[in-house]
Design a protein around this ligand. Structure first.
Ligand SMILES: Cc1ncc(C[n+]2csc(CCOP(=O)(O)OP(=O)(O)O)c2C)c(N)n1
Ligand SMILES: [Mg+2]
Length: 374
């Protein structure tokens, strides 16, 4: 049994030979610090958009990933540039955080630019979706990002297809799909993972178990405690990660990725986390009523930035005074200031926001583009 949103380390099926060494043990001090910096970046993206909307400079619904940043950062960090991902509504930072390790400002890296993602959020001409939507209905084939869809779990069959094609071509890329725990009840979730298991496809299904699917709590969505047990039905590994601990997420996802890359097939990684706000910001007020206050306080008490900071301190990778420099942890968007984040993080987002604000909206005639008449 694992605690809800607590430290969870059990692996139901061993994916690798027993060894004392964890994937994180191979990371350098600089890589630890980069993981930490990326947590701030994902948090600041969220905070900044909420503030822009409050200022009246942004419209459209925001689906916050606040408190779930370790799932995104830890899952993406160890991927190769050519690996594929399929993010959904909860994972907006993933579009620009994919392959960030190849250089935040590297134009050739295999991820979207911060300018593109901000243009998408502001519905401007430079947006991948050409202003048809302000959020995650985007993808980019040449950057190996599968187009996101609103149909929950709908990208897993596409991921299986991509992995199948790559396998037929003799490749060894891995496809990582992101899904909420609620989406695991969809029929297509089972069909796609079953297909991937039968054909031993390198598909890693991340289940972001944030305890809520809109207004439905997990006990009304699944009768067992651990969603990783979905894996049992397909005979594939089901890992459980503490979704608040970026290093634990990294370890589990890297084991799943290694399993897939070596040709052994798909796996599931359940990351136990907690949704900080409403389903989207339109739901914030309702969520404050349908979720008990003490549950929310407990769910938000283990901030991924604070947990990573403690690890860095223990390892001697940062000093006590460096640890107090930026203090975004434990604060909701309205409680933070730019001083709570590293200046390079603030500057990076500013670049995207400035680009979006000064970009024009697409011409009205564009509305007919991609509209097909019969
Ligand atoms: C097939 C399908 N059914 C219902 C919806 C409406 N819907 C959108 S998000 C959502 C909740 C998703 O919960 P979960 O999968 O846990 O992801 P989370 O939002 O918690 O990250 C629902 C019911 C949908 N988009 N697609
Ligand atoms: Mg959920």
């Amino acid at each position: 049994m694992t605690a809800k949103n607590g430290s969870a380390t059990a692996t139901r099926v061993k994916a690798s030979d027993p060894t004392d060494q964890l994937p994180r043990d191979l990371l350098s001090r600089e890589e630890y610090l980069e993981l930490f910096r990326q947590l701030y970046l994902a948090r600041y993206f969220d905070v900044r958009l909420i503030k822009e909307k409050k200022k009246g400079r942004l419209t459209g619904t925001l689906y916050s990933s606040h408190n779930q940043e370790a799932v995104l950062v830890g899952s993406l960090f160890g991927l190769r540039p050519n690996d594929w991902i399929s993010p959904i509504h909860r994972d907006m930072p993933a579009f620009f955080m994919k392959d960030l390790r190849s250089g935040w400002d590297n134009p050739d890296r295999m991820g979207m630019s911060i300018e593109e993602v901000c243009a998408q959020v502001w519905c401007k001409v430079g947006s991948p979706g050409r202003a048809r939507d302000n959020w995650s209905h985007i993808g980019k084939k040449d950057k190996h990002i599968i187009h996101s869809t609103s149909m929950l779990a709908g990208t897993i069959p596409v991921a299986a297809g991509v992995a199948y094609a790559d396998k037929l071509d003799g490749g060894d890329t891995v496809v990582v799909t992101f899904n909420g725990e609620g989406s695991t009840a969809q029929g297509v979730f089972h069909e796609a993972i079953n297909f991937a298991a039968v054909h031993k496809l390198a598909v890693v299904t991340i289940i972001e178990n944030n305890q809520w699917a809109y207004g439905t709590p997990t006990h009304l969505g699944y009768p067992l405690e651990d969603y990783a047990r979905r894996a049992d039905g397909y005979g594939i590994p089901g890992f459980i990660a503490d979704g608040q601990d970026v290093f634990d997420v990294y370890d589990k996802v890297m084991q799943a990725v290694a399993w897939g890359r070596s040709g052994k097939g798909p796996s599931i990684v359940e990351c136990k986390t907690f949704r900080a706000y409403g389903h989207g910001d339109h739901d914030d007020d309702r969520a404050a009523k349908y979720r008990p206050q003490d549950e929310v306080e407990q769910g938000r008490s283990r901030d991924p930035i604070a947990i990573a900071k403690k690890v860095l301190l223990e390892k001697g990778y940062i000093t006590e005074s460096e640890a107090t420099l930026y203090q975004a942890e434990g604060k909701s968007a309205g409680q933070t200031t730019d001083e709570d984040f590293p200046p390079e993080v603030v500057a990076y987002l500013k670049r995207g926001v400035d680009y979006a604000l000064k970009s024009p909206a697409p011409a009205a005639e564009e509305g007919e583009r991609w509209v097909f008449r019969v």
